[in-house]
Design a protein around this ligand. Structure first.
Ligand SMILES: [Zn+2]
Length: 406
């Protein structure tokens, strides 16, 4: 049972209070035993029976909850750097998609990759993310788009989870796009998702959530509704890629189904925002997607001002967000979407945990929570997100065990 001392500041990040209320404790102490936090508070108030515990010197750094990346597409093969240059030169996403590029190119490569190859890549990415202070990663399928290949991706996540490098939360995203072989008759693919994949995924407990890419170019509101109804019948929670390119009523539909989160939300209306608040759905913003597609970023203040909790994630994928650097996404959430550094931190800790239905377990430094922590080389949150570096994270603990030294 150790006690961590000599941090400049500890950010509790409690579920209670507004988005910016991070619960700072100056000159803190934090005690944990096994996987759980036992005591947290000002060092001057450390109870006598903890005084003799072995001490860990935080060296004047900032202690935050282990970061939670609540939206990634971690398992994919290949990259799409060629499209990066084309898009900069002005070739549209649609043109690239029409000649078989975009998501479908990644689907082709991912189908051809072996489970071992995909698992090795995921583990490599996960280790890189953990070194940045990330201890929990949500991972979506969606580059398989057949019964065999979607199950393959979710099995890869199960294998990665077993390695216990980080906590993995798997999400089934069979409704990412309609695969080439079903473009002529999308109903066949919808039935494959509803009648075969969702029952199989739920029965084998391969995913906790079902996600849909609801957009004019992907799945309609009516189709999303059918998929969500099947997911609900089989006990899966739901999440939604909503309103990224137009206001398609995605936020309201997510709220109607009690989604844990609605993600993207660049074009969500005020009425849609109010539905999210009423349903307790978290709004997940994805700054890298705006940065790389050069679309207008989400105005996150609209959500915060209307009482919706906001989370920030990377959306790590080979097309629109080819970086897993969550701290950089937090800096971008400040400069592009108008969050304060404290609001951004809560967006990648307790609110991100909530977007995964895990707010009772992780996401804050409170008694009883899992001892997932990151020690940052900065005196406070403001300085950390302002002075952007390759990696400001010095040390990481997960389930009470030190897992990385930055
Ligand atoms: Zn996404």
């Amino acid at each position: 049972m150790p006690v961590l001392m000599n941090a400049s500041l500890l950010a509790v990040c409690p579920a209670e209070g507004g988005q910016g209320e991070i619960g700072s404790i100056a000159d803190p102490a934090l005690v944990w035993e096994g996987e759980r936090i036992q005591w947290v508070g000002p060092a001057a108030e450390l109870p006598a029976h903890f005084q003799a515990l072995p001490r860990i010197d935080a060296g004047g750094g900032l202690l935050i909850p282990g970061l939670v990346d609540c939206h990634t597409h971690l398992a994919f093969a290949g990259w799409r750097a060629d499209e990066f240059e084309e898009r900069i030169r002005g070739v549209s996403y649609l043109e690239i998609a029409e000649r078989g590029g975009g998501i479908l190119q990644t689907v082709q490569k991912t189908r051809a990759a072996s489970p071992a190859e995909l698992a090795a890549r995921c583990l490599h990415f996960a280790a890189g993310m953990r070194d940045l202070g990330v201890t929990t990663i949500e991972c979506k399928s969606g580059y398989g788009l057949s019964v065999k290949d979607e199950l393959k991706l979710l099995e890869v996540y199960a294998e990665v989870a077993e390695r216990d490098v980080v906590t993995i939360v798997p999400t089934f995203l069979g409704a990412h796009t309609v695969p080439a072989e079903h473009r002529a008759d999308r109903e066949v693919y919808l039935q494959l998702i509803i009648d075969q994949l969702i029952p199989a995924v739920a029965a084998r407990k391969l995913a906790r959530f079902c996600d849909v890419f609801m957009e004019r170019s992907a799945f309609s509101g009516a189709e999303t509704r059918r998929i969500f109804a099947a997911a609900r019948d089989h006990g899966l929670g739901v999440k939604l890629h909503a309103d990224q390119l137009s206001d398609g009523g995605g936020a309201a539909l997510a709220a109607e189904f009690g989604a844990v989160s609605a993600d993207h939300l660049e074009y969500t209306s005020d009425a849609g925002i109010d539905r999210l608040r009423e349903a307790g759905t978290v709004a997940v913003i994805l700054p890298f997607a705006s940065l790389y597609t050069r679309e207008a970023p989400v105005r996150a203040r609209r959500f915060i001002d209307r009482g919706v909790p906001v989370a920030v994630a990377t959306d790590f994928n080979p097309g629109s967000a080819p970086s897993f650097h969550l701290p950089m996404a937090l800096t971008l959430a400040c400069t592009m979407s108008g969050l304060t550094p404290g609001e951004a931190l809560k967006g990648a800790t307790i609110n991100a945990a909530r977007a995964l239905g895990l707010a009772r377990e992780i996401g804050s430094l409170e008694v009883g929570k899992q001892a997932d922590m990151a020690l940052i080389d900065a005196p406070d949150v403001n300085h950390w997100l302002y002075h952007l570096r390759a990696n400001a994270c010095r040390r990481v603990w997960r389930k009470g065990r030190e897992v990385s030294a930055g």
